[in-house]
Write a protein that binds this ligand. Structure first.
Ligand code: TMP
Length: 209
């Protein structure tokens, strides 16, 4: 059976991931692809419980090492129980965030060594990586303004601007280093323009097979 494709969506808070994830899902479906949409951290019952631990404000401070380990623990559950079975069944998996977020947030934001993250990536993913990653890029100021007031800020959303500037910098560095996998989409443009740009990349994937 043909393997499905694995598409991930990345960006700092407020870039419009949810709207564009829905767009990607419906565009692929209308082109005859069987798809699942999912998210990280999360995507399975256990991984969603881990997500709560990661995003909630706790009385006990969650240390950065635990944060990194929990991200990969959730990812291991997600890959084993959702992502791999779907790809093996020929489905296209559209995922809101994946390991690029770990490099950006835990590497850029929390200053973990990229080599350490890379070790966990290999340990947990065993060679699995996205076929295409859409990076919605937006200035941190605009992103945070858009995200403000959506709901009570979670543990990450409560971080300072410098944290998010580091997150964005690492995303852009990774996108430059892997131009074939990443497509950078300017999220400051109108929704129509953003989706037209995303569609161009999807059309190429659909044609290339
Ligand atoms: P969301 O708000 O996009 O659902 O993502 C939840 C938060 O988790 C977001 O602030 C980014 C953060 N995150 C990491 O720090 N590292 C990761 O590996 C992932 C997947 C998410």
């Amino acid at each position: 059976m043909t393997m499905g494709k694995f598409i991930t969506l990345e960006g700092v808070e407020g870039v419009g991931k949810t709207t564009n994830l829905n767009f990607i899902a419906s565009y692929l479906t209308s082109n005859g692809k069987k798809i699942i949409t999912t998210r990280e951290p999360g995507g399975t019952k256990i991984a969603e419980k881990i997500r709560d631990l990661l995003l909630e404000h706790n009385e006990e401070k969650l240390c950065n090492e635990s944060e990194l380990l929990l991200m990969f623990a959730a990812r291991a559950q997600h890959i084993e129980n959702i992502i791999k079975p779907a790809l093996d069944a020929g489905k296209w998996v559209v995922c809101d965030r994946f390991t690029d977020a770990t490099y950006a947030y835990q590497g850029g934001g929390r200053h973990f060594k990229m080599a350490d993250i890379n070790w966990f990536e290999k340990f947990v993913q065993k060679g699995l990586s996205p076929d295409k990653t859409v990076l919605l890029d937006l200035s941190v100021d605009v992103g945070l303004e858009r995200a403000a007031g959506r709901s009570e800020p979670d543990r990450f959303e409560s971080e300072k601007k410098a944290f998010f500037n580091n997150v964005r910098r690492v995303y852009l560095e990774r996108a430059k280093a892997e131009p074939n996998r990443f497509c950078i989409v300017d999220a400051s443009k109108s929704i129509e323009q953003v989706q037209k740009n995303i569609q161009r990349y999807l059309d190429k994937m659909l044609t290339d097979g």
